[in-house]
Design a protein around this ligand. Structure first.
Ligand code: F6P
Length: 326
């Protein structure tokens, strides 16, 4: 029989993403409005293991909707990936009288939630919080829209130098193994190409790009490159220096500035809807699902489907960029 839920624990885990605070606020306020008590767990799963737990009131989440990062702090917990770590987390949770968990995070964090929920009788609800947009079953993740806008603004600025000096710029963006940030920021910033993992075929993407005749109608080029340990922006720039020495080439690796800053309206609204949805899900008796947004409706996605690493990137986006960058 399911235990009655009285107290909900909330944590953020993995890489921070703009909009996490808006989600924390929404979960907290919706929970309190429905008669639950709320406990904030600090530093993700690490805080459960090390007992960093504090009761939240509606005031605890005042004036945070516009702030980037996460007031709860975050971590990538290695200990939670061990059975021992999860046991300790469970014991602390029980001692703190927390009956259900809301976890805001990306792939690794929801994989952790899935393991935990399979081992212990704890209702877990996940919210997709990652700039990578790589969780299945949701059109968007919290943080993705803000990050896209940040990248677009940076690339607009880089374009000034690229144009003035007639250079090729390779701009490296985050996304882990997914190319959503690279592909869509390339479209938004009018870049000439994107090199993304989803499009890596036997064809050499650099040769293809140069072969399209980059200097026919333009004097500068910007190529957005998805981060990769071996084939990032540095790799392509070095190849251009060696194979096409006639071009003046530069690299810009945007790094963690892509994760910071005040969340966009889109991310604040998404986080608020999903935060309220998380409490509705618990009231409906849902457990072990991630909430997503599909065709403007809040949907429930089993953890097992959400964390599969095969979220499709529409071919149409690749074609659109090719046509638009001619
Ligand atoms: O998952 C979010 C993300 O920003 C990825 O895009 C990136 O690969 C990774 O986190 C970087 O993580 P860290 O901040 O731990 O270096």
């Amino acid at each position: 029989m399911m235990r009655k839920i009285k107290c909900i624990g909330i944590l953020t885990s993995g890489g921070d993403a703009p909009g996490m605070n808006a989600a924390i606020r929404a979960v907290t306020r919706a929970a309190i409005a429905n008669g639950f008590t709320v406990k904030g767990i600090y530093r993700g799963y690490e805080g459960l293991i090390h007992n960093e737990i504090k009761e939240f009131t509606t005031e605890s989440v005042s004036n945070i909707i516009g702030r980037g990062g996460t007031i709860l702090k975050t971590a990538r917990s290695k200990d939670f990936m061990t059975e021992e770590g999860r046991k300790k987390a469970y014991e602390n949770m029980v001692a703190a009288e927390i009956d259900a968990l809301v976890i805001i995070g990306g792939n690794g964090s929801l994989t952790g939630a899935r393991l935990f929920a399979a081992e212990y009788d704890v209702p877990c609800i996940g919210l997709p919080g990652t700039i990578d947009n790589d969780l299945n079953g949701t059109d968007m993740t919290i943080g993705y829209d803000t990050s896209l806008n940040t990248i677009m603004e940076c690339v607009d600025k880089i374009r000034d130098t690229a144009n003035s000096h007639e250079r090729i710029f390779f701009v490296e963006v985050m996304g882990r193994d997914a190319g959503f940030l690279a592909q869509n920021s390339a479209i938004a910033a009018g870049a000439e190409a994107a090199i993304i993992p989803e499009d890596s075929t036997a064809v050499d993407q650099l040769a293809q790009f140069i072969g399209r005749g980059i200097r026919k109608s333009k004097s500068s080029s910007i190529v957005i490159v998805s981060e990769s340990p071996k084939c990032g922006a540095m790799y392509y720039a070095e190849r251009v220096r060696n194979e096409y020495p006639e071009y003046d080439v530069r690299v810009s690796i945007l790094g963690h500035l892509q994760r910071g800053g005040s969340p966009s309206a889109g991310d604040r609204i998404l986080a608020s809807r999903l935060g309220v949805g998380a409490i509705n899900a618990l009231l409906e008796g849902q457990r072990n699902v991630m909430l997503g947004i599909k065709n403007d409706e809040v949907v429930y996605v089993p953890f097992s489907s959400a964390v599969k690493s095969d979220k499709p990137l529409k071919k149409e986006l690749i074609t659109a960029l090719e046509v638009l960058s001619l």
